[in-house]
Design a protein. Structure first.
Length: 597
């Protein structure tokens, strides 16, 4: 019965440990999300820089598995090349040792800490302080970084409580029983398998190393010869998370997971072979030397450093190995998955990736409409019309993919800035998709003019040319403001949109006057009305996009109607710009000039 209670306490401690790690890791990723994004955006082909980034990111989020899963997502989505991923993965492998150093005091329990200032090293001395500070921040801070810091502190306190529960459960095992259990793993192969299987079960090398530390801290019965192969096995076992994550990824995504596995397998073979060979000849370290929780952290760290030092110079060969294992299939061309849900692991990075794809969608819609306008500045070109339709289909697909991606992403815990960015992107993709739709509508109008052999009067053609120029300018301004997040440029779009509305009304009136003079027909009017409607709607969507950019940047809230109202009724800058654009796109002045030629 005592054994049953001991096992239950051990499982309870493990559960609390894993929960604390999850809470702390999520809060760390949320707090450091923007910095992680900026770090990863600076990624270059320099393997040293990639290694340092992988080390830093893993040290922050306390999980090499999470970092590697993110890398699989980056490679799969094309954000990072396969060769760049090697350095990051190696850095992540070293960064994971931080957890072992943090959990060592709790694994030791109260042993080897006795009296005086050393009492401060006891987890009982400082862990309650962290827990109290954490719960105060969570309960009394509504939102923001301070609340996330509270979650980090609570998560860490919970993690340490779980560690102490495991340590307490293991300490109840009689030394003779514990010694007999550990004797089984004196065979390196058994130790390697034990570490691997344990990590496969708990899905966390940090947790499995923590369990090992509790055994090492319970009476000093663990030896170096037992600990080393178990630690090596744990490092192989941690690869399972990335391998599972790579299911469904493209070939390069799978290769990134293989690089992680290859490194740890090769490191295990090389380091263990060197250790047993050198120790057999020179007796460097006594395998029977007792180790405690601190020694486990030291062994874990030194093993990682030696493995990286030996294998890092051959990082290109790791990439080649992954390409040999996951071969290219010439008959099956891969497409890059731009929106990889593996990036949800770190929402801020997923939001950044979605923003990049929205910019790509903006380029597609911008190109589609510019090409559609070309059909009116020269002879009709069926090739251009087909290109516009192809671009519109791409925009439709991106809108569907982005919409689904952003809705799923919005259910994850993230900071307010990222949540607002998702709202902004959801509004943007609708306007961008409609611009591409209007491009097709404009193409259809050009086709109708060609098929019916319609010919507008010189005055009507001149008016349409002025309107097209205004639409082309507002489109360029909107695209540039969006991709560069230029608030000043975005603020200039609404005045031009008003001028385009005026142009539409003026052209409609002029058409009615020409119709009364029998200078054109009703059939011309139908086509002209469709064109005017599409041009005006395009400018409306440009206004919406500009309002979205400006409003979120200035007010941290999405209220485009409020922005437009303020621009029209309370801005001297609006009136000045409006007057400038009205003079630039004056139909009357242009018409009179033409009449004098």
């Amino acid at each position: 019965m005592e054994i049953l209670f001991m096992i239950l306490q051990l499982l309870c401690g493990l559960s609390i440990f894993l929960y604390g790690m999850d809470v702390m890791g999520d809060a760390l990723k949320k707090t450091a999300g923007t910095r992680l994004k900026s770090l990863l955006e600076k990624m270059t082909s320099n393997p040293i820089k990639g290694f340092l980034l992988g080390l830093a990111v893993t040290a922050v989020i306390q999980s090499s598995s999470a970092t590697t899963v993110m890398v699989v997502g980056f490679v799969n989505s094309g954000t990072m090349t396969l060769l760049q991923s090697v350095g990051v993965i190696l850095g992540a492998n070293l960064g994971t040792v931080v957890t072992a150093w943090l959990t060592a005091p709790a694994a030791m329990g109260q042993q080897e800490i006795a009296g005086g200032w050393t009492d401060l090293l006891k987890t009982d001395a400082w862990m309650p302080i962290l827990a109290v500070i954490g719960i105060i921040l969570i309960m009394f801070v509504k939102r923001g970084k301070k609340k996330d810091i509270g979650a980090i502190l609570i998560g860490f306190a919970v993690l340490m409580v779980g560690m102490e529960l495991m340590s307490g459960a293991v300490s109840e095992i009689p030394n003779e029983t514990l010694a007999s259990i550990l004797t089984i793993f004196e065979n390196p192969i058994f130790g390697l398998l034990a570490g691997l299987i344990l990590t496969l079960i708990v899905q966390s090398s940090s947790a499995s190393v923590g369990i090992l530390q509790t055994f090492a801290g319970a009476g000093g019965n663990m030896t170096f010869g037992v600990a080393l192969p178990i630690i090596v096995g744990q490092n192989i076992g941690t690869c399972i998370t990335a391998l599972i994550s790579s299911i469904g990824a493209n070939k390069n995504g799978k290769r990134a997971a293989i690089i992680h596995l290859s490194f740890n397998v090769i490191a295990a073979v090389v380091v263990l072979a060197l250790y047993y060979t050198a120790n057999g000849i020179f007796s460097i370290i006594d395998p029977m030397m007792g180790v405690n929780a601190w020694w486990i952290a030291i062994i874990h760290t030194v093993y990682k450093i030696i493995a990286i030092a030996l294998i890092f110079p051959f990082y290109k060969q790791l990439e080649k190995i992954s390409r040999i294992i996951v071969r290219d299939n010439k008959e099956d061309e891969e497409t890059v998955n731009l929106l990889d849900e593996r990036l949800f692991e770190t929402p801020s990075i997923a939001v950044g990736r979605a923003s990049d794809v929205v910019c790509s969608m903006a380029e597609i819609s911008h190109t589609a409409l510019k090409k559609a306008l070309l059909l009116f500045s020269g002879p009709y070109d069926a090739k251009i019309a087909d290109e516009v339709r192809d671009l519109e289909e791409k925009a439709d697909k991106l809108e569907d993919a982005l919409g689904s991606y952003l809705v799923k992403l919005s259910s994850y815990d993230m900071d307010a800035k990222d949540a607002e960015q998702i709202t902004k992107l959801l509004h943007l993709i609708g306007d961008l998709e409609r611009i591409s739709d209007h491009a097709v509508n404009i193409v259809e109008s050009a086709e109708e003019i060609k098929e019916k052999k319609l010919s507008f009067s010189d005055e009507a053609n001149n008016e349409l040319a002025v309107l097209r120029a205004a639409v082309s300018e507002i489109l360029d301004m909107t695209y540039n403001a969006l991709i560069s997040n230029d608030i000043k440029l975005a603020a200039e779009i609404e005045p031009l949109e008003e001028v385009i509305d005026d142009l539409r009304d003026r052209i409609k009136l002029n058409h009615v006057l020409r119709l009364q003079k029998s200078e054109c027909t009703i059939e011309h009017g139908f086509v002209l009305s469709d064109l005017l409607t599409n041009f005006e709607r395009v400018s409306d969507h440009c206004s919406n996009i500009a309002g979205c950019v400006v409003e979120i940047s200035r007010y941290d809230a999405l209220d485009v109607h409020k922005y437009v109202d303020q621009m029209k009724h309370g801005s001297e800058e609006f009136r000045e710009k409006y007057g400038s654009y009205r003079a630039k796109y004056s139909i009357t002045a242009t018409s009179e000039a033409k009449g004098n030629q």
